[in-house]
Design a protein. Structure first.
Length: 142
C-alpha cells in the first residue's frame, strides 16, 4: 500500500499547523515551509475546510487555523477528508457486493488488514505525530 501524495501533503500541512494550532497560517507560508505546490495545497485546504478540520478566514489578516486541538484530530479524520471512506479493495465498498462475496477467500484477510489500519489511524493524532517528531529530533542531537 502507498500513501497518496495528496494525503501526505495534507498530513504535512496539518502537522505544520499543529505546532501553533491557534495561529493563522497563510497558504503561501504552508506551501513554502512544507514544499507543497500552492495550487495543489489550495485543493487540499478546501477539502480540509469542508470536512471541518481547518477554519479559513479571508482578508489581509486571513489564513488557516486548526478547528480542533492537535490531540483531537486523528489520521482517520484526515484520511477520510482527503481520500473518502477507507476500503482495502473495491468489493468492500458498502454500495456494491461482489458476486464472489459469500465464498471469497481473500475477504477475511483484507477485512482484518482494513480493521487494523483503521485502528492505527484512529489511535494516531496530530499531537502524537508532533511528539514523534520532537523525539526524532532530540535523538538526532544526542
Amino acid at each position: 500500500m502507498q500513501v497518496t501524495k495528496t494525503l501526505d501533503y495534507a498530513v504535512r500541512s496539518l502537522t505544520y499547523m499543529g505546532h501553533q494550532p491557534v495561529e493563522k497560517h497563510s497558504m503561501k507560508e504552508i506551501s513554502q515551509e512544507q514544499h507543497i505546490p500552492l495550487n495543489y495545497l489550495a485543493k487540499i485546504m478546501r477539502r480540509l475546510v469542508k470536512k471541518g478540520l481547518v477554519r479559513s478566514s479571508v482578508g489581509p489578516a486571513g489564513g488557516y487555523t486548526l478547528r480542533k486541538l492537535p490531540n483531537e484530530i486523528n489520521l482517520r479524520d484526515i484520511y477520510e477528508a482527503i481520500e473518502g471512506e477507507i476500503r482495502m479493495v473495491e468489493c468492500m465498498d458498502k454500495d456494491s457486493i461482489c458476486a464472489l462475496y459469500e465464498r471469497c477467500p481473500q475477504l477475511p484477510v483484507w477485512d482484518r488488514i482494513q480493521l487494523s489500519m483503521i485502528k492505527i489511524l484512529e489511535d494516531t493524532t496530530l499531537e502524537d505525530m508532533l511528539r514523534e517528531r520532537k523525539t526524532v529530533t532530540l535523538n538526532q542531537v544526542n
